[in-house]
Design a protein around this ligand. Structure first.
Ligand code: MN
Length: 497
């Protein structure tokens, strides 16, 4: 089992995470120049620390803290906290290539959250009740509008937490939340999300569903929240993954106004209720037809009818930090991708121990669409098991679209090396496996009946395995050139490869 090298309690909230990063020269930068949350913050950040599939030019770079936000003298905005694999590795205390293994072990050894008294909860230092005259989310919090054509301002890094109205089991996930009015926020659910299951149960009974949205928390929570079934089935509280990652339970506090709990040391908490049988058009205020930039690199379409959270209160720390993310970024890759890697490692290891050496949820697919799997064949009877492992990966993570299989001598984190394997160890007609007509993820625009009339619905796709492994019998003919091991520093002092 992999253990974090961080001391217990070293990182437990957003501010301790930022303090840890401040010790490195290249992980966090801040600016005091006034920034407009309306399209400017994300416009700057794209050049500083975004990558993924965002429109070029983009970079892999530090997280960025905007200390002066136009119109909001008491709130700072943080973007890109998790937007490099190396940075996530530092925040979780493990080598970057072992993150998937750490998450796998954590989900298998969950530590449930605990509730602490309100007096100890820093997220309730300042309380704004929606019943107070003049209450307006838009004046309290600088939710960024990420591009000029977005439907509106969005909270993108809110840990949405609610409970099953029948069983009481809780679930945490991240959703796109668009500010619609002084006290209303729309909430978009990709079909199948657990909070949506709770919402539908409440709605069927004619009730509102209490919900809390905690913004600016320990990054372990943000990564753990992105697990999906079957790894974390309905009823599995993903906050317990973060508890395991930190070896101490996440602390919750009862909300001030609604029957829900929030993350006690969050920077900001929005308390509210998902109203039964009430929907709004996502872009009702702007009529742009677009929502916001999503992880596949395109701006998602505004939905015609989305559920609405009626906000009852906003609580926050003094001088709170509003954390945000842009969808097409390395940050999304890490949040979605590392739990994907953990899920695949877990399922394949159960089925065929010792063969799958590692998995990389590649940035080009936002951490969801493409997995590179490094598989070691040791016996003739392992031939074909690499493809079985790929099938298991599709089962472990339903939104996965493509798998590239490589051998143990290929660096799966190096795209050039993976494509080298495809050029020299792959024959299109016999090395490709098509699995047509399987549901994937609705935000991939190629997954539509317009693209392929054989597709029955948006979000159905052809899952494909690209088997770039050498046939076991031919391994001897596929040895990479072996250069002599030498000491380069004898020729170039101080040289590091
Ligand atoms: Mn869940």
């Amino acid at each position: 089992m992999i253990k974090s090298t961080l001391k217990q309690g070293e990182v437990y909230d957003l501010r301790s995470a930022l303090a840890l990063l401040a010790a490195y020269p290249d992980e966090l930068i801040s600016t005091d120049v006034e920034a407009d949350p309306d399209a400017e913050i994300s416009g700057v950040y794209r050049h500083v620390g975004a990558r993924g599939t965002v429109m070029r030019p983009t970079k892999l770079g530090p997280a960025m803290l905007f200390n002066t936000v136009k119109g909001f003298p008491n709130v700072r905005v943080l973007i890109g906290l998790l937007a490099s694999r190396q940075r996530v590795a530092r925040l979780l205390g493990v080598a970057a290539d072992k993150l998937g293994f750490l998450l796998k072990d954590s989900v298998n050894n969950p530590i449930s959250p605990v509730v602490i008294p309100a007096e100890q909860a820093s997220c309730q230092q300042v309380v704004h009740l929606a019943s107070t005259p003049g209450f307006d989310i838009r004046k309290l919090l600088p939710a960024p509008t990420n591009t000029e054509e977005d439907a509106g301002p969005y909270f993108t890094m809110g840990m949405c937490y609610a409970s099953d109205p029948e069983t009481g089991a809780s679930d945490v996930t991240i959703h796109r939340l668009c500010v619609q009015s002084a006290d209303e926020i729309s909430m978009y659910f990709v079909p199948g999300r657990h909070l949506d299951a709770f919402r539908m149960k409440a709605e069927a009974a004619g009730h509102a569903l209490p919900i809390s949205i905690s913004i600016g928390v320990d990054p372990a929570i943000e990564i753990g929240a992105c697990f999906e079934p079957p790894t974390t089935p309905l009823g599995f509280d993903e906050l317990a993954v973060a508890g395991s990652l930190r070896n101490q339970p996440v602390e919750l506090v009862n909300c001030v106004c609604v029957n829900a709990r929030a993350i006690a040391n969050a920077e900001i908490v929005i308390e509210g209720e998902l109203i039964a049988n009430y929907r709004v058009r996502e872009d009702q205020n702007t009529n742009t037809g677009k929502a916001m930039p999503e992880f596949p690199g395109y701006t998602g379409e505004a939905k015609q009818a989305v559920p609405v959270i009626k906000v009852k209160a906003i609580t926050h720390r003094k001088q709170p930090i509003l954390q945000t993310v842009i969808g097409p970024s390395e940050e999304h890759v890490n949040m979605a991708g590392i739990p994907t890697e953990a899920s695949i490692l877990d399922m394949v290891e159960r089925a065929m121990p010792g063969r799958l050496l590692n998995v990389y949820a590649h940035p080009s697919g936002g951490g969801k669409y493409l997995a590179v799997m490094q598989f070691k064949k040791s016996l003739l009877s392992d031939e074909g098991r690499q493809r079985q492992a790929a099938l298991l990966a599709f089962a472990a993570f339903g939104e996965l679209k493509h798998v590239i299989l490589v051998d143990e001598d290929v660096d799966l984190f190096d795209t050039d090396d993976v494509l080298w394997a495809m050029q020299t160890r792959y024959q299109g007609d016999i090395s490709t496996v098509f699995i047509p007509g399987v549901r994937c993820h609705p935000l991939d625009p190629s997954q539509s009946p317009a693209f392929n009339p054989q597709l029955q619905d948006v979000g159905i796709s052809c899952k494909t395995i690209f088997d770039c492994t050498v046939p076991f019998k031919l391994k001897a003919q596929f040895q990479r050139s072996q250069f002599k091991e030498v000491d380069v520093t004898r020729f170039i002092p101080g040289f590091t490869p």
